[in-house]
Design a protein around this ligand. Sequence first.
Ligand SMILES: [Fe+2]
Length: 231
Amino acid sequence: MKRSEINRHIRETMDFCRKMKFLLPPFAYWSPQDWEKKGPECKEIVECQLGWDITDFGRDDFANYGLILFTIRNGTFAELKKENGKVYAEKLLITKEKQVTLTHFHFQKMEDIINRGGGELVIQLWNSTPDEQLADTDVTVSIDGTRVNVKAGDTITLKPGDSVCLPSRLYHKFWGREGKGTVLVGEVSRVNDDYVDNRFYEKAGRFPAIEEDEPPQHLLYEDYKRYFKYA
Ligand SMILES: [Fe+2]
């Protein structure tokens, strides 16, 4: 992806969050120059992979296959082993109409996917087999405390305010419903590590190669190591 596109997507996401009255934490707005001045007190942001994240799933077709993410809070896998560790995470996922997040599951992470406003989120579901294929068995999920059964590969639709709990190893694919607008999706989950915890059913890249056609306005968490001395 081009850096100019990433800059534009982040600016548009900030505007969308303002419109949806979802307030982002201060580090969402830091510039690369701000990051260069930060000290070791900000290490948690880097270690827990907080901040902006964008993916085109390696397809170079962001409008159809892509996702903008902002990790608001997170722990680390090391925290999972501690008796009183920070074992939870919260993210925003901005999903446009017909913009697909490819079929995947998480080895460890259980996540609640929440429609926090805007359009409608369509989620397609499959159980996984022990060898990580799509199972043909019915899927049972909890939608806002109510158990729901669907056939393998069926979809559920989350309207603003709705949420679903996706256990680990449950395959899911999602997109914004056509004609309903961009969706502000919330995610509340167990600790998240996108470097190791995602299993994509189809071949997919998670972190895009970036063509630096202009300077970054805000950093992706992949960029921190270039600007933050203590990363
Ligand atoms: Fe997921």
